[in-house]
Design a protein around this ligand. Structure first.
Ligand SMILES: C[S@@+](CC[C@H](N)C(=O)[O-])C[C@H]1O[C@@H](n2cnc3c(N)ncnc32)[C@H](O)[C@@H]1O
Length: 270
């Protein structure tokens, strides 16, 4: 199987996504979505941003490499009676079957950044966006001190080195790389803008339980624990993550988790 698909189907990202609903909704509201707009949500997971955009009246197609998340997204949309939101399996590196210049808005929040072949990803996002339409990406930033960049950094320190030629997803969090990739797809740098934004993870459980959810359900952390277990370092990894989550928790209630994380917001106009 495609290793990228295997990574994201390995766990159950819906368990993490449950902590992302409020920020997902706020982010969707900031996208300028209007009724009838045609939106592609790429690397959509179970619909953290896709469902709120559909609630605003957009016609949303969610595409994700993980079939379990596509099923979960379709179930959430159908449970809510959102007939203008559907999910299908696909790979951001090759959006075969999606028409050229078809979408008013292509959104990818911590999604397409995880696909291999970033230049192909940029080309595909540009190909399916109509002239004058927008692409909005949310990308974690390498070496950023906040939660997710640190989880991925710590996890990679316990995981065997990736194969030769592997391009880290975190490179999408570097403005120069984004300009180069969209440039390769025909978008000049004057049409690309950047801002730093905050996404907050929220759940009514203590941070230790949030760490446990990452250990059991989040592909990259699951792999790190598997490798750490083989080397007898799982307890050290657990401790590093528990310390990290506790340090960043801003909840006044010790039984709850409220952790903001910084990301790079990219807007490209086609
Ligand atoms: C961190 S999750 C974010 C999900 C969702 N956007 C959210 O904010 O809840 C990353 C998502 O990207 C998807 N993904 C990874 N590689 C992909 C690819 N090549 N094509 C499409 N989706 C991909 C994963 O399956 C997963 O759902």
């Amino acid at each position: 199987m495609n290793p990228n698909q295997a990574l994201w189907e390995k766990g159950d990202f819906t368990r993490i996504a449950a902590s992302m609903r409020e920020s997902g909704e706020a982010l969707a509201k900031s996208l300028g979505v209007t009724r009838g707009m045609k939106v592609l949500d790429l690397g959509c997971g179970d619909g953290t941003t896709a469902l709120p955009q559909a609630r605003l009246g957009a016609h949303v197609l969610g595409v994700d490499i993980a079939r379990n998340l596509v099923d979960a997204g379709n179930k959430r949309a159908s449970d809510e009676g959102l007939t203008n939101c559907r999910f299908q399996h696909g790979d951001a590196s090759n959006l075969d079957g999606l028409k050229d210049r078809d979408f008013d808005l292509v959104v990818s929040i911590f999604g397409a950044m995880f696909a291999p072949k970033p230049f192909d990803v940029a080309k595909e996002m540009v190909r399916v966006t109509r002239p004058g339409g927008r692409i909005v990406m949310g990308n974690w930033i390498p070496n950023d001190p906040t939660l997710v960049a640190q989880i991925l950094k710590i996890s990679s320190a316990y995981t065997p080195p990736p194969p030769e030629g592997f391009v880290s997803p975190m490179t999408w969090g570097v403005e120069g790389n984004v300009i180069e990739r969209f440039g390769g797809a025909g978008i000049p740098k004057e049409k690309i803008s950047f801002s730093r934004d905050t996404f907050t993870f929220q759940l009514p459980r203590p941070t230790a339980e949030f760490v446990a959810a990452f250990r059991s359900y989040y592909g990259p952390t699951m792999n790190a624990f598997e490798a750490a277990e083989k080397g007898g370092r799982a307890a050290a990894l657990q401790q590093e993550l528990e310390d990290l989550f506790a340090k960043h928790n801003q909840s006044k209630n010790r039984e709850a988790t409220l952790i903001p994380a910084t990301y790079l917001r990219v807007t490209a106009v086609c």
